[in-house]
Design a protein around this ligand. Structure first.
Ligand code: GLU
Length: 302
């Protein structure tokens, strides 16, 4: 059994990232599993090398360890390119010339996560039309999704299913600037790194059917999934990097690492009172059955 940390080094981690990392680590270590670290630094506009180093220092500060060398997605483009070509070989990929405004106009709201369902119009262009458009704009690349229901049983959220064609639509695997999309990189890397258990925030629950489907297309195994409740700002918003008071730099001024771990462990219902404790001491206390399923407001964590 192998779990993973998959932080995006686009800034300092916030309380929500720590929550996911702590629980992913406990889920793996409590079963005697391995834990690997992957820095999801594919987006050159948002990610910086110094943030990668900071993420690793922060995990260590919290008392979380990993096995082997960290993996940087920015160094693995060849692997994503190979997977992309394999999908292309199956006739599943097409260029999309839509601008941002056109994309919005060609989309209906997504059922579960508020993102848009693209209507597939560029997938219906003739070769001639493609050639004309290609002179004007560098395309993004989409994968054609079938009207197929993908269903899986989540460790925490129970059965979740989605009809890919209807609820998700054709999604982007490579941006027009050449950057491979998260959905592709994550399935390639989870398989290549031997990840068998994915524990992450439930904001990614609706990405999972896409990932399961891509795994099947690429002949890759399915990990098991557990999607955690999210930590929310007091007004009910999802925590974001702009919530400075929940950023680790600020939290470190207020708490020692075992205190912060204790607060998170208490919110996860692994301990009765929010007392200082180390991740290692929490290992025997971890159980999926104890974890809450509802999102948690951060003003209730203190
Ligand atoms: N890098 C993503 C994040 O930090 C997590 C992706 C995943 O766990 O699959 O939100």
């Amino acid at each position: 059994m192998t779990g993973r940390f998959a932080p995006s080094p686009s800034g300092r981690m916030h309380l929500g990232n720590l929550w996911s990392c702590l629980l992913a680590w406990l889920a793996a270590r409590s079963e005697g599993g391995g834990m690997v670290l992957r820095l999801e630094d594919l987006d050159p506009d948002r990610c910086r090398p110094e943030y990668c180093a900071q993420v690793m220092r922060d995990l260590e500060w919290l008392g979380l360890d990993w096995d082997g060398e960290p993996v940087y997605q920015s160094r693995r483009t060849e692997l994503y390119a190979a997977a992309f070509r394999a999908l292309e070989g199956q006739g599943l990929i097409y260029p999309c010339f839509c601008s941002r405004a056109e994309r919005l106009a060609a989309s209906a709201p997504h059922r579960s996560d508020g993102t848009a369902v693209y209507d597939g119009r560029c997938g219906r262009l003739s070769e001639e039309e493609r050639a004309v458009r290609a002179k004007l704009r560098r395309p993004a690349w989409r994968v054609r999704t079938p009207e197929e229901t993908v269903s899986f049983s989540d460790r925490l959220q129970g059965v979740f299913e989605e009809n890919l064609g209807r609820d998700c639509g054709d999604f982007i695997l490579r941006r027009s600037d050449g950057v491979y999309a998260y959905q592709l990189a994550v399935v390639v890397d989870d398989a290549a790194m031997g990840v068998t258990q994915v524990v992450r925030g439930s904001d990614l629950l609706s990405s999972t059917p896409r990932q399961l489907w891509l795994q099947d297309r690429l002949g890759l195994p399915h990990p098991e999934y557990g999607h955690l409740p999210l930590l929310l700002a007091p007004d009910g918003r999802r925590l974001a990097k702009r919530d400075r008071d929940q950023e680790l730099g600020q939290l470190q001024d207020r708490y020692a690492a075992p205190e912060l771990v204790g607060l998170l462990a208490h919110a996860a219902r692994l301990i009765d009172r929010p007392e200082a404790i180390s991740p290692r001491e929490l290992i025997p206390l971890f159980s999926w059955d104890k974890l809450p399923k509802q999102d948690i407001k951060t003003d209730r964590i203190h």
